[in-house]
Design a protein around this ligand. Structure first.
Ligand code: G4P
Length: 279
């Protein structure tokens, strides 16, 4: 399956982000816990230039926990500070404040030696579309402020959300474009809904997703739809079509409709916790 991909208009956004990065101490990068590698844009590594780095495995409620833990170890070994969050529910969000302090320990120490005390740490959220940046910012601002009794304030000039006396967050997230030469990366981003549905064929996508699920999580589809395990993915999709009443006039299965149903159910986490990548 081929994707059309035009990241041209991102050049401007990237330049703006480079300017913002000069103002901050720590980059908080959100990835989707189901695809912690494919949802990470390597450009940020070049742009980061010695800043402290935090990775938040967002949407961990949708991912396979054992694999999420493997990924956390993997990134920790690479020098990142890592934690998992469910920004929608707010789980794990409060702990991010401590992670920020840990990630910026050296900077705080440096400041202290120079006699600069209590300068808030400045942070910026970055990530590809749909990983949950806005949801996280809202949740984080709320938690940080309830904890300290502060209200989020906006500092003059740049739009900073003053979370508490320790942390200021740039109020607009940095949007990174997903990047891939490898079609399989594009495919995984399509599964999680980070690439527009118009860019691929939903039927093909669903068959490839079924191939993956049948190999890695064989119980997921039969158990959610209450159907038999089929001999191949096309037959499995037919069983889903039958179960869901996806029929065309004349009685044939509406395979596109069944495909959409499967992909939507997967994205909503109805098939259980599933990870699409292993370190
Ligand atoms: P973005 O700014 O990075 O583009 O992402 P945004 O916050 O808009 O979040 C994209 C979608 O992901 C939203 O769903 C949001 O609710 C969901 N989301 C964010 N964090 C989490 C999480 O930790 N777990 C789960 N399960 N979902 C999360 P939506 O379908 O666009 O909106 P809605 O149905 O939630 O209203």
């Amino acid at each position: 399956m081929q994707f059309q991909w035009y990241p041209g208009h991102m050049t401007k956004a990237k330049r703006a982000m480079q300017e913002d990065l000069k103002l901050i101490d720590v980059i908080i990068e959100l990835v989707d816990a189901r695809v912690p590698l494919s949802s990470k844009n390597p450009d940020i590594d070049q742009m980061a230039n010695g800043k402290s780095r935090i990775i938040l495995m967002n949407k961990y409620d949708l991912a396979d926990d054992a694999r999420t833990n493997q990924w956390m170890d993997y990134y920790r070994q690479k020098g990142y500070f890592v934690t998992k969050v469910n920004s929608k529910k707010g789980t794990g969000v409060r702990a991010v404040q401590d992670i920020i302090q840990k990630a910026c320990k050296e900077k705080i120490e440096r400041d202290r030696k120079r006699g600069i005390l209590n300068r808030p740490i400045r942070a910026m959220i970055v990530g590809i579309p749909n990983v949950g940046k806005s949801t996280f910012i809202n949740s984080f601002a709320k938690k940080a402020c309830t904890k300290t009794g502060n209200k989020p304030g906006v500092t003059k000039g740049k739009q900073w959300i003053r979370l508490n006396k320790n942390v200021e967050l740039l109020d607009t997230p940095g949007i990174l474009w997903p990047k891939f030469e490898d079609q399989s990366v594009g495919l995984r981003l399509a599964y999680i809904g980070s690439i527009k549905d118009e860019l691929f064929n939903i039927y093909e996508l669903s068959i490839l997703l079924l191939d993956y699920l049948r190999e890695n999580y064989p119980e997921a589809v039969p158990s959610y739809y209450q159907i038999e395990e089929a001999q191949d993915s096309v037959c499995q999709l037919e069983l889903i079509a039958a179960r869901r009443g996806c029929m065309k006039a004349g009685g044939a299965y509406d395979m596109d409709k069944a495909a959409k149903c499967l992909v939507d159910d997967f994205r909503a986490g109805k098939l259980g916790t599933v990870s699409l990548e292993t370190p």
